[in-house]
Design a protein around this ligand. Structure first.
Ligand SMILES: [Zn+2]
Length: 359
């Protein structure tokens, strides 16, 4: 089950099949009658909006589902819930919404012999807080079939929700976090060494990269430019250890950058090297998790924000849980790591926008 937030136009609409007035926030909508029977109800809604008893929805929580399958016609994400919000919602209400949606999804898919493996978000803070109470309830039950697969893994976190339910955070969003850390104006710490953009620039230039290229990678005009992001992370991942003749300061910062580069290299390869087997992808994810645990333990928030640490660890853990579930539920089946995350929902948004433009 995939969650995302979408900006919506602030206006009311009438839904003819139900005669409901839509476009009002879910947090306060119950304070006003929204069933349209005559112009009286429309006037009452307008009055409540003016008095700020209810609000226009400024954002919609969009919930969809996709199937982990090798068949492209089946893994397309299907939307099944859209709910407007004025962004004044308490975490408990967000949790109720996610629980209701997941229970409805589980019930509707039972007849197809499908079950809910995970709930994915792009890293929205309210989603994160709501998901914590849903998927970090208790240790995995020893009577679950996947227990014998996951329990022997050293340091592996077995906390999950009902029936082994886990949370996922979108890997394409996770990959953007390291670049944002590198671009932090205040710098960051790796294994106790203070690293700034200027330090990274001098190391990249020492490999033969031009000043202009490094400046473009470190200060992109478009922070969403994925190609530049990947080039920067791969450039750091490609740094080799300093020469013995280099000054001690250069040697220590190069050592830290190489450690950081190894972390990026494992994370990037797990998702972007299409020649790898699933076993190799898991080895990269495991290496990334161990490196991140070590580096975070040394410098905590000075290395990466705690939210990034949390989301990345949940993402890696979810991959292991999902693969164990597929091994038990469909031993002859295929599993594709890149199907995880919320990318399916974003593709649906793209199609909606394309349809809108073409009409
Ligand atoms: Zn409201």
């Amino acid at each position: 089950m995939l969650l995302d937030e979408l900006k919506v136009q602030e206006r009311l609409r009438l839904d003819p099949p139900t005669d409901y007035i839509l476009g009002v926030c879910r947090e306060h909508g119950e304070n006003c009658t929204l069933v349209f029977k005559s112009i009286m109800q429309a006037d009452a809604v307008a009055d409540c909006l003016r008095r700020k008893i209810i609000h226009f929805a400024t954002e919609a929580t969009v919930i969809g589902a996709s199937i982990l399958t090798a068949n492209p016609s089946e893994y397309t994400t299907k939307l099944f819930a859209i709910s407007g919000s004025c962004k004044h919602e308490m975490v408990e209400n967000q949790e109720h919404l996610i629980r209701d949606a997941s229970e409805a999804l589980i019930k509707s898919q039972k007849k197809f012999n499908r079950c809910l493996y995970y709930i994915a978000s792009d890293g929205d803070s309210r989603h994160r807080r709501a998901l914590i109470s849903i998927v970090l309830q208790h240790d995995l039950d020893a009577c679950q079939k996947i227990y014998t697969i996951l329990q022997p893994l050293n340091l592996f976190d077995l906390k999950c929700g009902h029936n082994g339910l886990t949370a996922d955070f979108d890997w394409t969003h996770i990959l953007k976090h390291p670049r944002n850390t590198v671009l932090r104006l205040t710098g960051f710490y790796v294994s106790g060494t203070y690293i700034t953009a200027a330090v990274i620039k001098s190391h990249l230039m020492s490999t033969g990269m031009s000043s202009l290229t490094v400046d473009t990678l470190l200060a992109p005009n478009d922070k969403q430019d994925v190609v530049l992001m990947l080039r920067l992370l791969y450039a750091i991942a490609s740094l080799t250890p300093a020469a013995p003749s280099d000054p001690p300061l250069v040697q220590s910062s190069r050592h830290s950058l190489c450690l950081l580069g190894q972390f990026y290299w494992h994370l990037l390869n797990a998702y972007l090297d299409i020649s790898l087997s699933l076993h190799q992808q898991l080895m990269h994810l495991s290496a990334a998790a161990h490196l991140m645990l070590t580096l975070y333990n040394l410098d905590k928030g000075g290395f990466i924000p705690v939210q990034t640490y949390f989301d990345t660890m949940r993402m890696i853990k979810n991959a292991y849980f999902c693969i164990a579930k597929v091994q038990c539920d469909n031993p002859e089946g295929f599993f594709y790591l890149i199907l995880l995350g919320t990318d399916g929902l974003e593709k649906v948004f793209d199609h909606c926008i394309e349809d809108f433009i073409s009409t």
